[in-house]
Ligand binder design. Sequence first.
Ligand SMILES: [Zn+2]
Ligand SMILES: [Zn+2]
Ligand SMILES: [Zn+2]
Length: 333
Amino acid sequence: MSELRWNPLMGEWVATATHRQARTFLPPADFCPLCPTKPGGFPTEIPEATYDIVAFENRFPSLTPEPPAPAVEASELYPVRPGQGICEVIVYTENHNATLAQEPVEQIHQLVQVWTNRFRALQSAEFAKYIFIFENKGEAIGVTLHHPHGQIYAYPFVPPRILTELEQTRAHMDATGRCLLCDILAEERRDGQRIVAENDSFAAYIPFFARYPYEVHISSTRHLQALTDLSETEGRDLAAMLKTVLAAYDKLFNLSFPYMMVLHQRPTDGGDYGHYHFHIEFYPPLRTATKLKYLAGSETGAGMFINDTLAEEKAAELRALVAPVIWEKGGAR
Ligand SMILES: [Zn+2]
Ligand SMILES: [Zn+2]
Ligand SMILES: [Zn+2]
């Protein structure tokens, strides 16, 4: 059903999950599995009549807590291991037609709290070495359900992109005694051209080295490693910064802006990651209102991205669309 196969050439695991072929693909709103079950209607994933935010295990997981033994035999060259892990779905609201960008900042703050609680809960699973929180949004990047939701994977290893960031931040710390992401944030602030928005605890910028035209990163001002390190005020400021960026995205082309959103936090394998620094990265596939950025030969085959735009210009576009975030309790921040 599901297993992890080792790629010795790249030094990374690949999950097979053939049962996922059967998963629900863009169902009509009446048959959305993430809407609450209606009286007398077909039973969805969510029995409650009303909910704010709910998290539950994915019905078509690529990793499961108690996986079956692999269906293929390992060899010396090709190690195989069970597809152990956890795949959760977080439904942001019961409103089928909403998007995170349209949610009130209070609701986004509640999502930050749910993320934090799930991170804390899932890291206690002995096999969970990395908790990956993310959202795929929009048909342009292949979502199979329109209902606003995100996902959490608990991996039984630290995934490759995180490993690379951990190595780079470790090397920078060893060489300079400073945090690489603190240094990046300081440089972006000094330069200023690529900053999209700032509040007391977070800054959003399109980094100097962006691979996608509208690739925004949100980084905490304070040096911290995970959601669980956020103070109450920082949690609120993160919600406000997410609202700011998402609202500006939607205004860009007057459409519900597709993106991948990923949270980069420390691993949960018990190691010391004081050199790492919590941040969020967005990879939107749109270059213009109608043109997608495709991952073609250079990006996919060589790993070198070609960005047709300048981060300085795209950041200025987004910055011009930034509006104050209104809290119903507590006014604008
Ligand atoms: Zn729905
Ligand atoms: Zn730092
Ligand atoms: Zn990162």
